[in-house]
Design a protein around this ligand. Structure first.
Ligand SMILES: *Cc1c(COP(=O)(O)O)cnc(C)c1O
Length: 376
């Protein structure tokens, strides 16, 4: 485990469940990505973890921000980000949110439908807009495809229309799916983007920006390619597609910046052999699907677990949350083996829980207090 977090856990008798996040680790991750792809501007995907301490640290590093809502934009502005550092990256926005963002001088907006484009032309006139492309999410443990993006042909039409209605067609974006483990996913998407650039150039519209989205993976239960492998693959593809006419490159990492900086400490409520003598052993934790571990749906994201008895005899377990909901089972198909000694009252640690945990926590389902957060 991260030594700083381990020390903090030992030094403090914290109420569980809780999330501890090491801010220095986030700085390291940011610098690592910045060095790997130095020609890109990093827009932190705020939804991964909008904690003020994280925003403050990233502002001190001159990061940009990808916001999904007016509320996230406000959080960034309140933390001290300038409007020019913020992109309104959700392609589906409330009119009131567009109006508020425009009032606040936000300059950059995403879209992928004609309806959104018209909303933007009306409520955020003359701003820079970029069109999200639908791209393959194969290789992603947490895919985002289907709900967002459009085809190359449609994107070309929409960007031409953007110009006609007084907006500034600025570029294209895509998202290859979260926890994307295949660097080549970016290549296909960059090639699609280049098709849009070329078609617009034929109409004398020079797009300026390509937004590669997020997706960079972290190490959960299996090895993933190093960030440098992604960087090399991406740079080669960009060079091949754009040569000397390199557009402005934007990245929108969420998980990569904060995921490995967080640890959840949780108490075992019960460890019991259910039903018959040889039935499976169930371990019920005080955090579950509704307490923030939403990404265990489909057992897609598999958090590594550390216990105080590591090294002793283990056996298979089914892991479940505390609520009275039947879907509140974390891992049943995935083979988790934990020490047989574990019993009610013991605390265990779920690693790599810095992203997509704190905000997924429900407000009070079954009356359970939402997890506490500590940023150190
Ligand atoms: C969620 C999201 C991201 C961040 O994705 P990660 O896989 O966490 O890096 C980036 N861009 C957009 C538009 C998103 O919705």
């Amino acid at each position: 485990m991260n030594p700083k977090i381990s020390q903090f856990l030992n030094a403090n008798q914290l109420t569980t469940p809780c999330l501890i996040v090491d801010i220095d680790q986030i700085e390291q991750n940011y610098q690592q990505l910045h060095h790997a792809i130095p020609n890109a501007d990093i827009y932190y995907a705020v939804k991964a973890n909008p904690a003020l301490s994280i925003l403050n640290k990233l502002i001190s590093l001159n990061s940009f921000f990808d916001a999904a809502s007016w509320e996230e934009i406000q959080s960034c502005l309140n933390a001290g980000a300038k409007p020019s550092q913020i992109s309104f990256g959700n392609t589906i926005k409330k009119v009131s949110a567009i109006q508020a963002a425009y009032q606040a001088n936000i300059e950059l907006y995403a879209f992928d439908t004609i309806e959104e484009l018209h909303k933007l032309a009306k409520h955020a006139p003359a701003t820079k807009v970029y069109c999200r492309l639908a791209v393959d999410n194969i290789g992603a443990d947490w895919p985002l495809s289907g709900k967002f993006g459009t085809t190359v042909e449609h994107a070309i039409e929409l960007l031409l229309e953007a110009k006609k209605i007084g907006l500034c067609p600025y570029g294209v974006s895509f998202h290859v799916g979260s926890q994307q483990t295949n660097p080549h996913a970016y290549v296909n998407a960059i090639e699609k983007s280049a098709l849009v650039f070329n078609a617009l150039a034929d109409h004398d519209i020079l797009l300026e920006m390509i937004n590669l989205g997020g997706g960079f993976p972290i190490h959960y239960h299996k090895d993933v390619p190093e960030i440098n492998q992604f960087a090399t693959t991406i740079q080669n593809s960009l060079t091949q597609c754009f040569g000397d006419d390199m557009p402005r490159i934007i990245l929108e990492p969420g998980r990569y910046l904060v995921g490995n900086a967080g640890v959840v400490s949780t108490e075992i409520i019960q460890s019991s052999q259910r039903g018959k003598m040889n039935g499976p052993r169930w371990i019920y934790l005080d955090i579950g699907r509704f307490g923030g571990l939403a990404e265990t749906e489909g057992e897609a994201i598999r958090y590594p677990i550390i216990t105080m008895y590591d090294g002793s005899t283990t056996g298979p377990v089914i892991l479940a949350g505390p609520s009275c909901d039947g879907v509140d089972v974390l891992y049943q198909e995935t083979s988790y083996h934990l020490p047989l000694q574990l019993t009610a009252g013991d605390r265990i640690a779920l690693l790599n829980t810095g992203a997509y945990v704190s905000t997924y926590c429900s407000t009070c389902f079954n009356g359970f207090t939402p997890l506490e957060e500590h940023y150190i």
